[in-house]
Design a protein around this ligand. Structure first.
Ligand code: UT7
Length: 349
């Protein structure tokens, strides 16, 4: 007798993806209230306001206050709440939450799960993405394709890093402590019947052979052989500034070129470049190379510093609040950082 499992079975067919577009429905952000100025840093390490401004463009950054219970989780939750209000949406309408961070307080559970619980996103799946400064752009591309593919209809994406607890505020850490700050930004993406809305071209890349140019050793075992032990401390961000700078300048331009090439458009067709605020000099070099006018490449690094995964969504939210990013525009998001990773996302909003 033939058993049922031995019978030939017809192949199951996945459903045809619906013709949907993806709309940027809302944005929000959250900054800690405490400011840390260059002058304050110069009191605890061998540096100066002039050096920091000249080499990075940063004048001050925001840092969390543990007494006020500020953390990656709380900043992320607040940024998402604001994005939901902007999108005029109930949190229960979200069917997925993706949180880009390398500074979650715990490795288990994901920060996304706790944020979902805090905001009341009770019908959403939730997970973290670890791609350092590229994290929000990676999450944006992933969320977009999940919606475009028809499996999800409303996704919250958050980029947040709270790096101040991982800074070495002494001479040994002056190559990083001057640059980084804390911030969270969020966006809500929704399916729309207008299939012309969404990503036109995207790039996501990584080169893990260069992980030690930007890393956070949790134990002594994580420190690579040959590291400069005078500067390395566990639980502190380590950056080979010069090497990352060279990587960033080249990659930034190559990434813009590759993305525009995929879309078959020239740089002047882009209404706004929303870029990771790595260092003002890196942004300037790309702007000059492509002849991008200053008003099309937003800079807030002077007030906020480099906030890793928080930087792109924070810029996006500030630009939307000012009416400089709006529906109908072509917007290019670009980021690069630890991993090493780099990514872009070109949108027809
Ligand atoms: O967001 C993720 C991606 N990250 C980035 O894109 C960051 C990329 N890198 C950078 O932005 C820059 O490399 C830094 C801002 C981190 C450093 O600037 P730099 O111009 O590359 O400085 P450097 O490390 O080449 O150092 C130049 C000099 C050195 O002195 P000597 O050897 O020339 O005598 C440093 O010891 O400046 C000295 N220096 C400082 N001086 C005052 C390094 N840090 C400081 C400081 N204050 N904070």
């Amino acid at each position: 007798m033939t058993t049922p499992s031995a019978l030939p079975r017809s192949r199951l067919r996945p459903p045809e993806p619906p013709k949907v577009g993806v709309r940027l429905a809302g944005t929000g952000s959250c900054l800690p209230a405490d400011r840390l100025t260059n002058h304050e840093l110069a009191l605890v390490m061998e540096t100066s306001d002039e050096w920091i401004r000249q080499r990075t463009g940063v004048a001050e950054r925001r840092v969390v206050n543990h007494e006020r219970h500020e953390s990656t989780t709380t900043l992320s939750a607040e940024a998402l709440r604001r994005a939901l209000v902007d999108a005029n949406m109930d949190p229960a309408e979200l069917d997925m939450l993706i949180l880009a961070t390398v500074t979650g307080e715990m490795t288990c559970p994901s920060t996304a799960c706790r944020v979902a619980a805090m905001v009341g996103a009770k019908n959403a799946g939730a997970y973290d993405v670890a791609a350092a400064c590229s994290g929000f752009v990676f999450s944006m591309n992933t969320a977009h394709d999940l919606i475009r593919g028809g499996s999800y209809r409303a996704i919250g994406i958050i980029g947040c890093d709270v790096l101040s607890p991982y800074m070495n505020y002494s001479d040994a850490g002056r190559g990083t402590a001057i640059l980084f700050g804390d911030a969270a930004g969020a966006a809500v993406l929704r399916a729309t019947d207008d299939a012309s809305m969404g990503i036109i071209a995207q790039v996501m890349k990584a080169n893990g052979t260069r992980w030690h140019d930007l890393y956070m050793p949790m134990t002594q075992r994580d420190i690579p052989a040959g590291a400069d032990m005078a500067h390395v401390r566990t639980r502190c961000l380590q950056m080979n500034g010069r090497e990352v700078y060279k990587f960033a300048v080249t990659t930034f331009c190559d990434l813009i070129e590759e993305t525009l090439g995929k879309a078959g458009i020239a740089a002047d067709r882009v209404d706004q470049f929303v870029c990771h605020q790595s260092n003002a000099r890196i942004l300037d070099s790309a702007r000059e190379r492509f002849g991008i006018p200053a008003e099309k490449m937003y800079v807030n690094i002077d007030r906020i510093g480099n906030t890793s995964a928080g930087s792109v969504p924070l810029c996006l939210d500030e630009l939307r609040q000012m009416g400089r990013v709006k529906e109908g525009q072509v917007v290019l998001f670009v980021a690069f950082g630890g991993g090493l990773t780099w990514g872009s996302s070109l949108w027809q909003l």
